[in-house]
Write a protein that binds this ligand. Sequence first.
Ligand code: ATP
Length: 481
Amino acid sequence: MANEINNFQEIISHCKEYGYIFQSSELYDGLSAVYDYGQMGAQLKKNLRDEWWKSMTQMHENIVGIDAAIFMHPTVWKASGHVDNFSDPMIDNKDSNKRYRVDHLIEAFAETLEKSAADTLIAEMDKLLAADDLTGLKSLIEVNKIKCSISKTVNWTDVRQFNLMFSTQIGSVAEEADTIYLRPETAQGIFVNFLNVQKTGRMKIPFGIAQTGKAFRNEIVARQFIFRMREFEQMEMQFFVRPGTQMEWYNYWKDARKKWHESIGIPSDKLRFHDHIKLAHYADAALDIEFEFPFGWKELEGIHSRTDFDLNQHAKFSKKKIQYFDNDLNAEGKPYGNYTPFVVETSVGLDRLFLTVISLAYQVEKWTKEDGTEDSRVVLKIPAKIAPTKLAILPLLKKDGLPEIASALMNECKSQFHCFYEEKDAIGKRYRRMDAIGTPFCVTIDHQTKEDNTVTIRYRDTMLQERIPMSEVSKLVAKAC
Ligand code: ATP
């Protein structure tokens, strides 16, 4: 584990050094659990989002995409249950004033115990959490003498529920202002638009509505880099189905989503399903797709069968009818019917997906050269399909007409895929930089190019080089992407 954590620190530094991720407002010493994506990171994130969007809205004829606003009517969050229930039990240490999520505090302590004691403690905690027994949780912390990591004391406040939504005011004059929330999930934007989309798109059940966008949660224990952030991005799809068919679709999406992760290069053995034992009151089935992050198996995506809870809640709070008229039931010999559709949702965090891809891609390779000396490189083996830059075009020298040839190749390729042009430094150094950035192909233009129109292409993953006609470059790269 220690190695993995070191490796994780290296990944974080690498992301910063090569323009993938910066701490937000670093100039002012940063803002905790908020991050900015740099020039490489923004492109990788966009590529991942585009892949997801395509797989949902282009590859499924019955799924359409929307882009709902972050601000929503405050009653949305009453109806969804977030105002009353979207909270975590927290406890403060009176000496350090540090606030902890109770489950995280107990889990961290359990990691210091031997397995059977840890299992008993976690089982006890789960029971108390399930029963919302805040007094019981406090006494569990006290009985086990769990200390604050900063003050090292056991001087705790009572356990309290802490709502994770950020609120702000809308309206120009303070007296008229209404409290509204920054959305803690994108899903509600889909539920409140169910009728709009179904009617204007003439959608027939089963059908889905997909959306990507920012969500905000005032996470108390926000750590592990972009795994848990206060501002993050979700990619969610709500699939509306006939009541009674939800398990069939739940199983369909469970498999479809795992396969999708594999299609962007995540090995099957690094993914696993984790079924929820304790279900939210509105769900009749739920699971997480977990990935083995450098700090252990954690949730990457959630698949939830949410019944008709959300649409019913919005019907109740808005006092409008939110139902679907199913013509096909008649054709099947059943009476015509209006019903509230059931929902199966898939919800993946784009930032967690980014972290997944980067932690798989980051590799330090060491080898012995022919002359017996040691060599090494740091390489991001991001699959070509999602790599931010696909091709680096490198004139060997900044003279003899080589940059002109390279520019012509750049102009030929840049409308098809993202290219990078670089004239500076020795060629070996430029290759290493492209490895570190994760560019899958480099082509070098040299004097021979002027004679026979061939270039050297270098493959990032194998470091092999070969000569190919310059006219083949764009086809070869486009095919790999
Ligand atoms: P966790 O248990 O890790 O807090 P969750 O079960 O609350 O996650 P959901 O509400 O199901 O998460 O959200 C769907 C997805 O959104 C998660 O699978 C995760 O990928 C992502 N996500 C949720 N919270 C965060 C966060 N604070 N930072 C980054 N991604 C997040």
